[in-house]
Design a protein around this ligand. Sequence first.
Ligand SMILES: Nc1ncnc2c1ncn2[C@@H]1O[C@H](COP(=O)(O)OP(=O)(O)O)[C@@H](O)[C@H]1O
Ligand SMILES: Cc1ncsc1CCOP(=O)(O)O
Ligand SMILES: [Mg+2]
Length: 266
Amino acid sequence: MDMDTLAAIADRVRQTHPLVQNITNFVVMNTTANALLSAGASPAMVHSADEVEEFAGLASALVINIGTLSSEWAAAMKLAVGVANKRPIPWVLDPVGIGATTYRTRLASDLAAMGPTVVRGNGSEIITLSGSVAAQGRGVDSLHGSETALDAARTLAARTGGVVAVTGESDYVTDGGRLIRIDGGHELMPQVTGLGCTATALIGAFCAVEEDRMAATTAALAVLAAAGRYAGSRAEGPGSLPALLFDALHKLDRDLLAGHAAISEV
Ligand SMILES: Nc1ncnc2c1ncn2[C@@H]1O[C@H](COP(=O)(O)OP(=O)(O)O)[C@@H](O)[C@H]1O
Ligand SMILES: Cc1ncsc1CCOP(=O)(O)O
Ligand SMILES: [Mg+2]
């Protein structure tokens, strides 16, 4: 997978403005919408059970993020996923904070059993969702480096039949067989809430324009890694990072991508 291929996927998002439906958490709605817009996609935060199915009939991709759950939202998520699977359109699962409570763990497992096109989580979330060990994690932040979740990621991908991405200092993407590593980003990124959710939403947008889900997921994470490194090196701290990150996503081209992110097949 070369940078030209990945940059071409990013260009396609910019040219076609895919409509991305997000059922996501209250904390990150604004950040996620701005990141999607900066990358050229068209975000819509639509979560009421009264309209999620109709909207999923129009969207080019669906993002399901369990960050701030309630039973009403959980029901709406399952309705929207039902439409996504039937059409079909790609849908991406972010199991935010799985392991923190029994309810959250059960819902994330139910959703994973519905066949997400891609699951994206941090190390602790992917380890817990894979079910290889008892619930891990303390909240929404990871206690595990991404490299410690690689076996779990492969196991989970084999079970869902889709792609699994684990993020952290390095990001990894697997379909259960191949494993791709993405380097870039910045140490300030985990100090800003919502950048994992941003990664998940970008994966949704990129899957809307690229059938090869390994390539789409790698491209989305490489774009965020490059924009994050570029923005992080110019930021004074976590306050200014989001604004600089949106600017970097907006101006990202092949050279910025190749100069600030690295891809390798592991
Ligand atoms: N130490 C780090 N150095 C560079 N990039 C990082 C680091 N930690 C996280 N990132 C990046 O921040 C984004 C969010 O990842 P992560 O923090 O793992 O998600 P979450 O917010 O869900 O825990 C990803 O693009 C990831 O590559
Ligand atoms: C802090 C918080 N609490 C519930 S959802 C959420 C946001 C988590 O976002 P991310 O995992 O992208 O940092
Ligand atoms: Mg997260």
